[in-house]
Each structure stands twice: as C-alpha cells, then as structure tokens.
Design a protein around this ligand. Sequence first.
Ligand SMILES: Cc1cc2nc3c(=O)[nH]c(=O)nc-3n(C[C@H](O)[C@H](O)[C@H](O)COP(=O)(O)O)c2cc1C
Length: 130
Amino acid sequence: MKEVRDFLKECGMYFLATTEGDQPRVRPFGTAEIFEGKLYIETGKKKNVSKQIETNPKVELCACKDERWLRVEGVLVRDDRREAKQDMLDKNPELKRLYSADDDNTEVLYFDHAKATFYSFTEEPKVIEF
Ligand SMILES: Cc1cc2nc3c(=O)[nH]c(=O)nc-3n(C[C@H](O)[C@H](O)[C@H](O)COP(=O)(O)O)c2cc1C
C-alpha cells in the first residue's frame, strides 16, 4: 500500500472516477495518505464527487508518471472520526485554508476491497490488494 501511496504522491495528482447514474465522472485529485494501515483520500461533502460516492462508493483512480501507470479500484468508506480528518489535514497543511476537522464539510474516506495495478509498457502488470 505504501508503494501505491508513494506513487500517487510522486505523480502529484491522479484522476478519480465515480459514477452518476450511467454517466462516468472524473476529476483531478491529489490527496492520498495512509492512516491506521488504510489508504485515505479527502474531499468536501458539498462536492458532487462526494454525493456520487455516497450513492455508489465503487470508484477507480488512475495516475501516471513517465512510462508507468497505476489503477486503483475499490470501495470508499467514509470515516467520520475527527482523528482521521486531522491526520489528513496535518499531512497536507495547505488543506487547512479550506478545511478543518470540525467543520461540517471535510470528509475523509478509505479504500476497502482495493485492487491496485501497476502497469508499464515493458513489464507484466503488478497487482497489490489491500
Ligand atoms: C491537482 C489537483 C488536485 C486536487 N485534489 C483534490 C482532492 O484531493 N480532493 C478534492 O476534493 N478536490 C481536489 N481537487 C479539486 C477537484 O478536482 C474539484 O473540486 C472537482 O471539481 C471535484 O469534482 P466534482 O466537480 O465532480 O465534485 C484537486 C484539483 C486539482 C487541480
């Protein structure tokens, strides 16, 4: 899982796909942190992405760097605990301009039943499940 988190950080951003009915939705994301052995992302409950995850928590993300790319598919589980939000904010202090662990908007979610696959043009895909 650390390899997945580190790759996402190296990429600087990734694209997170959700669904809205039968319409795929995709947007850039950057948050990716490990807390208590789980891979977390952060968003705002006011955003459409949050509402889409609430309706259908199955998501997929994609990131790439040089000639390697990563897909992570899984189910996102919201963690409403203050300590989980605070950990995310402490690791990403720039988020504190917009979010706080005590507002009604900040939301952190972790991947459950996740399958991460690293690809490259030259090597066999490498699968990590967590
Ligand atoms: C590089 C980059 C990283 C971003 N990271 C995040 C993130 O981690 N969480 C988040 O909620 N929004 C992030 N955003 C903003 C979202 O892409 C933006 O709010 C988007 O419109 C949300 O999707 P939605 O419109 O479907 O709700 C990021 C934007 C950029 C350009």
